[in-house]
Design a protein around this ligand. Sequence first.
Ligand code: 5AD
Ligand code: SF4
Length: 430
Amino acid sequence: MNEYDSEKVAQLLCEARQLEMTNTPEDADVIVLNTCSIREKAAEKVFSDLGRLRELKEERPDVLIAVGGCVASQEGTGILKRAPWVDIIFGPQTIHRIPELMRERAQSGKPQIDIRFPEIEKFDHLPPPRKEGPTAFVSIMEGCSKYCSFCVVPFTRGPEFSRPLGDILAEVSTLAEEGVQEITLLGQNVNAWRGQLDDGSQADFADLLEWVCDIPELERLRYTTSHPLEFTQRLIDAHAHLPKLASHVHLPVQSGSDRILAAMKRGYTSLEYKSIIRRLRAVKPGISISTDIIVGFPGETDQDFAATMKLIEEVGFDGSFSFLYSPRPGTPAANLSDEVSQEIKTERLHILLAATDAHSAHIADSMVGSRQRVLVTGHARKDAQELAARTDNNRVVNFPGSASLIGQFTYVTISETATHSLRGVWRASE
Ligand code: 5AD
Ligand code: SF4
């Protein structure tokens, strides 16, 4: 979400203010920090970054410093108290207002803050999608109304609201016609998306997937993130009959213990989660499943942790984003007492990461020798002589090949595995 927002900020500033992108703060006239507050570490980072920018602002007072995103949303004027050299503070739903805030800053000579959630306005005022390479994100909904007890997102990004169906289809069509081959539909909870049809009836996320897949120029479709609560049978069936849907679902589970899941207010049991996975695999054998797991939620016992390990074993995740629980101000879980020591939590995280990494490596090994349909996204990161591509199950493959393949689908045979990627062989005849 933040990458998408950052890209929009950059695009907006380049277009509205004729600015150019630079990666060197010393060269910049405007510096925007787009921030994350999902865990404490991410939130604190902004203040150390702002500390470094203080000197720069003293030397060049004309440099405009803007702070956006979820830390801005949560802290508001608190940012100005800690870093009075900041000029503009905007939230995740007011990124489209930056040019205006810049004007108001210049006219008034005072810092400007807008961290409201003016509902759908954001979508209506952002610049149209710009093609950059063969893949693109399309935001389909904003915010979250699930209120998991550990999570700050409903407070920082505001309540769930869906982008209108027509706007989404128009944006995907435009991108696809311009040559984008793979689109990722984006939202905090994409399967909470609802659309209003002309006849007054309501469309759901499974309908949306179907209509997006009907766009002829589009080759592959992904979505992230989904929630187990609204993972309907209709959505599972969509994976059976929509060949353009990638063979990968990111479905955060958070814990394998029903007691902890209830305390987290996730609204499902581990059995219900496993039932979704079982049904997905029944209609789409080999589909890869990745997840998010929180280790060390307040009161997590050895037994609870063992239940999470058991779930990991049973599901066999293709990948997982696992982190230690971080208390977030304003969330209900932040008030829960917790007797488990930091040491034990860290140990649990290491045990869990070893298991999920091993399983991910095992799946990578099992792909060696297979022929994969991949979208070539560009040059390899480590070796510009090689190409980088993405498999259907969301793995990166590097292989030697002609740059003319960039932006196209092709086939490679997986030859070996590396730490976080695969290596492949491409042959012209394939
Ligand atoms: N502490 C640790 N991890 C968190 N997440 C959300 N809130 C917290 C928190 N307070 C994780 C969840 C979520 C992912 C985006 O971030 O696993 O799925
Ligand atoms: Fe946070 Fe839960 Fe909403 Fe995900 S579903 S963004 S974890 S509140």
